[in-house]
Ligand binder design. Structure first.
Ligand code: ATP
Length: 275
């Protein structure tokens, strides 16, 4: 059987520098995949190549055997709707209501006039409300997106992604702007979608404990290259040190997103974000 995803020698060069440098890996089922590494390791560039926001310089990304990097025009757009993206800053339309934000997940299937007058078929509206219900935020549907907490906004972004009925969800640091409690809710939501719907999730994460807790597979990147590819239990402190290019003073607790119980933990959390 073909691997669901096969990344072969993918490179992206900016100027003289390879942001992503000949990376290869294969995933054989709709797993929850975490990509970790410090700022500038190439994580976002990789996700952006996968959903064709950025062109690759060379290499292939095969999804069920088809090289998505070679798709052009309408086929490339169709692929983009099959791999929905979630961002650190949610990227909602702040002044628009939540339900309309979710409906915008299928914007590219609508005519300009329909979009302009915010006209949506009843079936689409009901589906958007069902998705919001599933994510526990149905009562927020009429509110403006900007009125919601960060965690709720990220769930709206996930709902918008689900509206596309994607095969793969790409999440670029989905919890980096959230407090630990909301981070947990958002990660639990992604995990549920992965488990219940069989959609692959590939998430860029910058905290080790999140990668360990939620991922089936972890890929560690450093300077554009893959320096670790394994299961969470293979992710020892030594391996983590190598991924982050840290010395023996590297403190694992410092990458924790655990819910803090006192001020000390709070301070440790604030210091950790490896940015
Ligand atoms: N459009 C661009 N033009 C030039 N250089 C870029 C561009 N996008 C990314 N880079 C460079 O590529 C490298 C990898 O960046 P990338 O954003 O992929 O890393 P990252 O691991 O996602 O880090 P972060 O967590 O900070 O987003 C960095 O050195 C960055 O400066």
């Amino acid at each position: 059987m073909l691997p669901v995803l096969q990344v072969q020698n993918v490179t992206r060069i900016f100027g003289e520098k390879a942001a992503v440098d000949r990376i290869s890996f294969a995933i054989d089922r709709p797993a929850f995949v975490g990509i970790i590494g410090r700022s500038g390791a190439g994580k976002s560039t990789f996700l952006r190549m996968m959903n064709r926001l950025t062109d690759a310089s060379s290499g292939e990304i095969l999804v069920e055997g088809r090289n998505v990097l070679a798709l052009r025009g309408a086929q490339a757009r169709a692929w983009q709707s099959q791999c929905a993206m979630i961002f650190q800053q949610f990227n909602l339309v702040p002044r628009m209501d939540v339900a309309s934000n979710v409906l915008h997940g299928i914007l590219n299937r609508r005519s300009t006039a329909q979009t302009l007058f915010n006209l949506w078929p009843r079936a689409d509206i009901l589906r958007a409300l069902d998705i919001l219900e599933r994510l526990g935020i149905a009562e927020q549907a009429p509110k403006r997106a900007e009125a919601l907490s960060g965690g709720q906004q990220q769930r709206v972004a996930i709902a918008r992604a689900l509206m596309q009925d994607p095969k793969i969800i790409l999440a670029d640091e989905p919890i980096a702007s959230l407090d630990p409690m909301n981070a947990q809710i958002v990660m639990d939501t992604l995990k549920r979608i992965n488990f219940e719907d069989g959609r692959m999730v590939i998430a860029n994460l910058h905290t080790l404990d999140t990668a360990r807790r939620y991922c089936d597979r972890v890929i560690g990147m450093r300077d554009g290259r893959i320096v670790f590819d394994g299961t969470p239990d293979q992710l020892s402190t030594g391996v983590a040190r190598d991924i982050y290019g840290a010395d023996e003073t590297f403190n694992e607790a410092a990458t924790s997103t655990a819910i803090p119980t006192d001020h000390q933990a709070d301070d440790a959390y604030a210091e950790t974000l490896l940015h």
